[in-house]
Write a protein that binds this ligand. Structure first.
Ligand code: PLP
Length: 402
């Protein structure tokens, strides 16, 4: 490996997150390429049959097959681990592959999971539908209520699972308090950190055991590829996750890993500017609408907690238009700059109606219970000039008579 390798912990030790996001994990080939190389290969060749045998036996370092290892994917895994402050990371094809693997790799029939009620729709499907099918019991709670976590613990509880801020209700979970309860009971905490990214919030600093990502969101950040990642201790990744990951194969493609590597180079810049823009747009909308839920606004009931855990509040928030679906769809249809799209973390401003899109699969009663009403919209504020986004909302609100 070349000089200045971003994989040498002795060199990267004191680097700050913005530096790690650009250089962490970089390993150069014999050509000394500046930008990380894209290794589009499914397999690897060996000089001698004995080398193949030694690699399979684990006696020789080296790659054997891209479901197991790939140089480009490994660079991404190392960069994410460094950003997270984790010992190790394993990349996955999507965020949902990360959530599914992070849960299933450590659970067996007869185990119990406590999970947040307010969660990404597919995460709720895992806890409500998939896990129970395999004899794993689940309890969903109001994750903002720290006492509810303690009260839900059973003798067979193995995992706590939550996201903060949560999609799309912007519930904030007290990471340190919930992880302390888990530790006291020998429970593993899995945090879905998609909304914040490691640039704004590092759950392991508050005691989380496992941090899982949709890298599709802030990490790619430009709406191009799907990707996911799971971070943990070296021992947990190697002994608990790897046997599951290698044999079930939710592996990230080298091409998508390369795109996310390029995305990470600008993560710090993007998320800070998007957070600034989101605060401006949220403040404007708060004055014009019945309710805006953004942890960056003082009006958010958990503003102080959010700001203790996060450096900035991120690009995403929810707004309530008043009325019902007709009013919410009316505002969406009147926008000229902001796109109607259910993706988030993108450099473009995108807005969606969760009840009819991302959370359509959730039972209506469950939606209402967590506050996903028919007049709720979820906005991702992009990198456009905030004044242009505000002007678009201003014209759209006037167009619908507000
Ligand atoms: C998008 C998202 C996921 C799923 O990620 P994919 O990359 O779309 O599979 C999981 N959790 C949260 C909080 C998300 O926003």
């Amino acid at each position: 490996m070349k000089r200045k390798s971003g994989q040498d912990r002795a060199i990267t030790k004191n680097w700050k997150p913005a530096t790690l996001a650009v250089r962490g994990g970089t390993a150069r080939s014999e050509y000394g390429e500046t930008s990380e190389a894209l290794f589009l290969t499914s397999g690897y060749c060996y000089d001698r049959a004995e080398d193949a045998a030694a690699r399979f036996a684990g006696d020789q370092v080296g790659m054997t097959y891209s479901r197991l290892q790939n140089p480009t994917v490994e660079m991404l895994e190392q960069r994410i681990a460094l950003l997270e402050g984790a010992e190790a990371c394993r990349a996955t094809a999507t965020g949902m592959a990360a959530m599914t693997a992070a849960l299933l790799c450590q659970l067996s029939a007869g185990d119990h999971v406590v999970a947040a009620k307010a969660a990404f729709g597919s995460c709720r499907w895992l806890t409500d539908t998939l896990l129970p099918k395999f004899g794993i019991a689940t309890t969903t709670i109001d994750a903002r209520d720290t006492d509810a976590w303690e009260a839900a613990v059973q003798s067979n509880t193995k995992v706590f699972f939550f996201e903060t801020p949560a999609n799309p209700t912007m519930d904030v979970v007290d990471i340190a308090a919930v992880c302390a309860i888990a530790k006291a009971h020998g429970i593993t905490t899995v945090v879905d950190n998609a909304f914040a990214s490691p640039a704004l919030q590092r759950p392991m600093e508050f005691g989380a055991d496992v941090v899982a990502y949709s890298a599709t969101k802030m990490m790619d950040g430009q709406g191009r590829v799907l990707a996911g990642a799971i971070c943990g201790t070296r021992d947990w990744i190697d002994t608990v996750l790897l046997p599951f990951h290698r044999n079930t194969g939710p592996t990230l493609s080298a091409f998508n890993a390369w795109v996310v590597l390029k995305g990470l180079e600008t993560l710090d810049l993007r998320i800070r500017r998007q957070s600034e823009n989101a605060l401006k747009v949220a403040a404007f909308l708060e004055a014009r609408l019945p309710k805006v839920l953004y942890p960056g606004l003082e009006s958010h009931p958990q503003h102080a907690l959010a700001m203790r855990q996060m450096e900035m509040a991120g690009p995403i928030f929810s707004l309530y238009v008043g009325g019902g679906r007709q009013e919410a769809h009316g505002l969406l249809n009147a926008l000229q700059l902001v796109d109607i799209s259910n993706n988030i973390g993108d450099s473009r401003s995108l807005m969606t109606h969760p009840a009819s899109t991302t959370h359509f699969g959730m039972a209506e009663a469950a939606r209402l219970e967590v506050g996903i009403t028919e007049d709720m919209l979820r906005l991702n504020v992009g990198l456009e000039d905030a004044d242009d986004v505000i002007a678009d909302f201003d014209q759209a609100l006037r167009a619908i008579g507000r």
